[in-house]
Design a protein around this ligand. Sequence first.
Ligand SMILES: OC[C@H]1O[C@H](O[C@H]2[C@H](O)[C@@H](O)[C@H](O)O[C@@H]2CO)[C@H](O)[C@@H](O)[C@@H]1O
Length: 346
Amino acid sequence: MSQSIHATVRPFDTFNGQQIYRFSLVNAHGVTVSALSLGATLYEILLPSGDNLVLNYHHSTDYLANPFYVCMGIGRTGGRIGNGEFPMNGKTIHVPVNEGTTTLHGGPHGFNSQIWDGEISTKNGEPEIIFRHLQKSSEDGFPGDLNAEIHYQLSDDDVVRISFVGRSNADTVFNPTLHTYFNLGNNETIKQHTLQINSTEHLAFDDKKVPTGDLIDVTNTPFDFQKATTLGTAIAGMQDTAEKGFDDLFKVTPDDNSRIATLADPVSGHSVDVLSKRNGLVVFTANSFTHDNMNFKRSNGTGQPYEGVALEAQTLPDATKHTGFGNIILTAGDTTVNTIGYRLHY
Ligand SMILES: OC[C@H]1O[C@H](O[C@H]2[C@H](O)[C@@H](O)[C@H](O)O[C@@H]2CO)[C@H](O)[C@@H](O)[C@@H]1O
């Protein structure tokens, strides 16, 4: 059987003296998905028209020059671990903090800061990109040496799948995500996009944006995205908050096809269904993007609030502390696979 997905590998640039590679998959329609070995980062989702659906940079160094994790692999745990500690097996586990007293997105040595070993492999007769990294306990301070893999696949029916595989030599936590910022059109902000989420509740946070364990009904609030809602309208409803936009976690219910949300741009006509079997989705409307260190390719050096919207599918964060948040414990010797999909319409 001949392969219809075409794969390439080429040098991207160097980072801290190490070669960074760009891996690409192209399908029969001419859709290209590329990922970088720095942070196993989603570099582009290019449509046949040449439109790129995600934010990206010219240089590796730009990805780590600001605190926004632009399209980078996130782990071991997405979101915040309050006080850098969590209960596991009857003990309190302490992990390094990187935001005051909080551990955000895997802490100071998370997946995004690693250079991953990449290769093109074959699955079901088609090429896929596999990034591998041994995340040592001695480096990131989490329990267990974690063999992590991030697989990128592209199908001929225009679905991008990113699978996170974890196997550890000691019990640990594993709740990875991809910090994908979408902008589906050529406008400077995502305010004209619509967003629909299969969610009736979002999480309450404390003053450090750590979940309290409480859930808040979205009805009659700007958080109600059960029907497709224009983001500019919803953001306008958030102007009296400190964030002046969304940086929130929605408890989601996947439908029969694992779809949890749909982002659409009526101007370009492009849309993306977000697919996940897990129960959480972060929506971050890039409220605090600034012009400093935000040298995006598309806007040639600018960075402004609402330039993209990050949709991060995961299990609800700090899950080991709250009943009903889900199970993120990875038992020694077991293998866990979490998959995020983007079904493209254009
Ligand atoms: O300091 C930079 C921003 O850091 C946070 O933003 C993160 C957000 O809270 C997370 O939910 C999301 O997954 O990742 C964001 C990027 O790190 C702050 O909340 C935000 O206000 C800051 O501007």
